[in-house]
Every structure is written in structure tokens, then in C-alpha cells.
Design a protein around this ligand. Sequence first.
Ligand SMILES: [Zn+2]
Ligand SMILES: [Zn+2]
Length: 251
Amino acid sequence: MSSPSAASACLGRSGGNRRMGTPRKERQMRRELGLTLPTKRERERAERARDEASAAPQPCLNCETPVLPPRKPWALYCSDYCGGMAYLIRYRRRTESDGRAKRQDVKDTLQIREALLFTGHTHSAADESRLPLTLAERQELFAAKGRSCLVCGEPATDIDHVDAQAGNAIDNLQPLCAGCHRKKTLSSHRPPLSTVPQFKGPAETEIEYRDRVRAQPPMKACDDDVTWSTGWRGLVVTRRAQSIAEGRTSS
Ligand SMILES: [Zn+2]
Ligand SMILES: [Zn+2]
């Protein structure tokens, strides 16, 4: 329990203490004891929030419906779908304003993620959680299957996952050129319409998305690609203090 990783996990669970300027001694003591009790500052915040607290759950920043269990009461979004939509809106705004949206790799990323969003899906967690291939694994694959694209025969630059949901086993990997890899990736991201309750249908979702990407100033706090990276923590802290004050959590 006294290893650095266990200690930081405890602090992490208790939420944003580091950023709240906890005095060093208190923080050290809490780390040694493995405690996740609120700091003095958090308790004061909670007391303040108690005065303003209402019993109603907080609204999702993206769709404004209540955030309900099993989501944490201080979660900013009601669902992964809503978090993904807000993320993509910020990503599009940011890459359009800094010019990256003109790059082919960024265009491809946007095209895939927008296709998923407009059919009611969140970006596949499998794509994010899969470990990148090591150099040795890449060499092993090229040695076993050759250095030519299996589709067009041009020199292979990419390693493709045959089944995008499966892992890095060599049976699931094949060499492709960049062009064929891109075509395959784009064509494999056209899933059927989802039934997640937050999904409003393709047309309405796309209209809302494009409006929110264009809006100046941003229509919602979660759309603001400029302030979000520093602002979201404050939103979580405020929601958390409020939910502690209401006794909806004891952690
Ligand atoms: Zn929502
Ligand atoms: Zn090819």
C-alpha cells in the first residue's frame, strides 16, 4: 500500500487534490496512511456547496439530460456517447483553427469518427486500448508475411488488424500500403444505426454537430476547444463538492 503507484491511485480516486493546493504536509500524511478522506479545502468547498445544493442530478454537458447512476454523480456526461460527441466537436474546432484539419491523417480521423457519431456509436475503445506493436513484432510480421501490400502489391508501410476488434496476434495482422489501409479503415467504420438513448438519428445529429462546430462563441462549455483543457477539472470539482454535500457519495 505504500508504493508510489498505490498512493497516487488513492489520491487520484479522491479527485483533484493536487490541483487544489493541499498543503504538502497534509498530502504526505494522507499518502502514508493511504487515506482518501477529503482535505480541509474540500470540506470547506463541500460546506459552501451544501448551502446551494439541490437534490436534482446534474445535467449532462452535452445533451442536458440528468446524469444518472451508474455514472458518478459528478460525471460531466450522461454517457460515453455524449462525452465522445463533445470530444469530437472540440477536436474538429481545434484542428480547423490551427490548420491541421487539412492534413490527410487528420481528415481520415475526422471522417471515421464522424461516421461513427452520425450512426450513434462512440469511437471504439478497442482502437484506443490496443497496445502499439513493438519494433520486434513489426519485423516478425514482415518476415512472416512479406513486405508487399496484400491488396495491391505495392511496398507495405502499414500493419493492419484484420479484425479491428481483435488484438495483436500475428494471425490478425497483415501488411498493407498506406492507401489500401486507409480505404479499408474508412469502409469498415460504417456500423448499423445504434439504439443508444442519447442518439437523435443521423440527420439531426449531423446538423447539431455542424452547428456546434461552427458556433462563435461556442454554444456549450464542453464545445470550447480553447478553455476546456484547463476548465473541465473545475467543473468536476464543483460537481463533486455538491454531491458530497448532498451525501450522495461517501468516497
Ligand atoms: Zn448526455
Ligand atoms: Zn495497397
